[in-house]
Design a protein around this ligand. Structure first.
Ligand SMILES: [Zn+2]
Length: 179
């Protein structure tokens, strides 16, 4: 339930790319029931500061919670951490569903509309018939003519991504159900 490209993409929205490996190791430690930053640091070998930083990022994303306790002897606060599996599954599911909907919508738009692009540089302009007619089919950037957009490549790419995401989400669900 950790090693999945959808999970990676979701976690990259929470932590920097450099921290992806670390945050996954921390989630694994939490799932094993390791509760304190010190113990996670010892188990994973990740710097204590990084462990703390990433735990709070997981907390901000609502997938980890902590309890603060006062040590009666030292009067120091200790924090015990817990992984919120239900919230994690829900967050990943939402992330997957939103992305799938966006891509499906983009694909539907390409299937159902004719788009026009600048004949010199597609970065200049891309718009549907109505938008393009507003510019009388001339590029608003360089004033060269607009031409019909060949959507074949983009459609193929979207279809491939949609298929892959569906497959990977199925794997994610299977891993969850196995636990
Ligand atoms: Zn142009």
């Amino acid at each position: 339930m950790i090693n999945n490209s959808i999970v990676n993409d979701f976690l990259e929205g929470i932590v920097d790319e450099d921290d992806l490996k670390n945050v996954k190791a921390i989630i694994e430690a939490l799932i094993e029931g390791i509760e304190t930053d010190e113990a996670i640091h010892e188990k994973t070998g990740i710097k204590l500061n990084t462990v703390r930083k990433l735990l709070y990022k997981l907390h901000d994303a609502s997938i980890a919670t902590y309890k603060r306790n006062k040590d009666p002897e030292t009067q120091w606060f200790t924090y015990t951490w817990k992984f919120d599996k239900e919230e994690y599954v829900e967050k990943i599911t939402d992330f997957y569903t939103n992305r799938l909907n966006e891509r499906q919508e983009a694909l539907d738009n390409l299937e159902n509309n004719l788009y026009f692009v600048c004949c010199m540089d597609q970065e200049h302009f891309k718009g549907d018939y109505t938008e393009s007619s507003e510019y009388e089919f001339y590029c608003p950037v360089c004033d060269y003519e607009l031409e019909p957009y060949d959507a074949k490549k983009e459609k193929t790419l979207l279809k491939r991504r949609i298929t892959l995401d569906k497959k990977n989400f199925k794997k994610f669900e299977d891993a969850i159900n196995k636990q």
